[in-house]
Design a protein around this ligand. Structure first.
Ligand code: LMR
Length: 335
């Protein structure tokens, strides 16, 4: 009798284990707006590979490039709602979240210098910026530096006067809006996913971006001129939904933190090189006329754009702007 009970017990145990559903992986949807070949696209794929490897398959990362899931504004809302778990948007797009402070990084020339940008992102002040995002339910896991902007347009942009009356695409930042107006241009916010068509159909005449985006989105097909101006910088924040991230068990969270760290290192090592290569490759298409600013032209641009810093004191407060100058090591250039 005892023996029969043992055998029955063993059969039951085997049936239970065999029939138990394997624990399904945690899905992380990572949505972004650029091409898989752009630095952010490459880093998102590396993150997927590392996250799945380091968690031994407890996590599956689904990467959605090229705005295939959400466009600029929608993706931030989707993250807050928990419909996606990771994004890496430009920090010039946080206005719709109700976080206006990040726009300060778009003050012309503030972040032109690599050393100033690095110093800023490593500054303890970034903790205050991070708190503003946390208050909106999103946590910045890292910052990814994609280098400085060039302008592209359907007309040569050599002197500040050349912007007069031009319809220029901007990201959502109020500082970018003020800078375009300062030059006499007409700024228009357009989602990155709609930019190629907007340039092609003449909804806008030009835009500023990093070379790797211009290459991988083929903007060179619809823009005749490029000016190497380095007037601003594209920085991303790798963002997650705070509730989601905090709910992860330590045996998942720790390997994911490691994957974030290594993907960040990869991004920052790759982007600068990719942007240099991209300029060469755009040139090699023969479709775009390049202009590299002379010192005199650069001075004229600085003189035209620096008043934006003064104008923005009304938005951010003079003290806050000075705090940012100090944190980044930026010294306003003399015009
Ligand atoms: C843009 O909108 O031009 C960029 O922020 C796109 C991106 O994510 O690189």
């Amino acid at each position: 009798m005892k023996r029969l009970a043992l055998v029955l017990g063993a059969i039951l145990a085997i049936t239970f284990v065999a029939g138990a559903p394997a624990q399904s992986p945690i899905i992380i949807k990572f949505s972004h707006v650029v091409s898989p070949d752009a630095p952010k696209g490459k880093a998102s794929l590396l993150f997927k590979q590392l996250a799945e490897k380091y968690t031994n398959g407890k996590v599956t990362v689904e990467v959605y490039p090229n705005s295939s899931l959400y466009k600029d504004k929608e993706e931030l809302e989707a993250l807050q709602l928990g419909s996606v778990q990771l994004l890496a948007p430009s920090i010039s797009k946080f206005g719709p979240l109700g976080v206006k402070e990040f726009d300060v990084f778009d003050l012309p020339y503030l972040m032109s210098d690599d050393a100033h940008a690095r110093q800023m992102l490593a500054s303890p002040i970034m903790a205050d910026f991070n708190q503003k995002l946390e208050a909106k339910g999103v946590t910045p896991l890292a910052y990814w530096d994609n280098g400085t902007y060039v302008y592209t347009a359907n007309k040569q942009l050599i002197m500040p006067e050349d912007f007069r009356g031009m319809k220029m695409r901007i990201q959502g930042s109020k500082v970018l809006d003020a800078a375009a107006r300062q030059l006499g241009a007409i700024p228009q916010i357009i989602a990155f996913g709609e930019l190629y068509q907007a340039l092609q159909t003449g909804v806008v005449d030009g835009e500023d971006n990093v070379p790797s985006n211009i290459l991988t989105q083929k903007f060179y097909d619809v823009q005749k001129y490029l000016t190497v101006s380095n007037h601003g910088r594209l920085t991303y924040s790798l963002l997650t939904n705070t509730k989601f991230w905090n709910s992860l068990p330590p045996d998942v969270r720790e390997p994911l933190d490691r994957a974030v760290k290594e993907s960040t290192q990869f991004f920052n090592d790759t982007a600068a090189k990719d942007n240099v290569d991209a300029l060469d490759r755009i040139k090699a298409t023969g479709k775009v006329e390049f202009h590299v600013q002379t010192e005199a032209e650069k001075k004229a641009w600085i003189a035209a754009l620096m008043p934006v810093h003064k104008e923005m004191e009304a938005r951010f407060g003079k003290d806050f702007i000075e705090k940012i100058y100090k944190a980044s090591g930026f010294v306003p250039p003399q015009s």
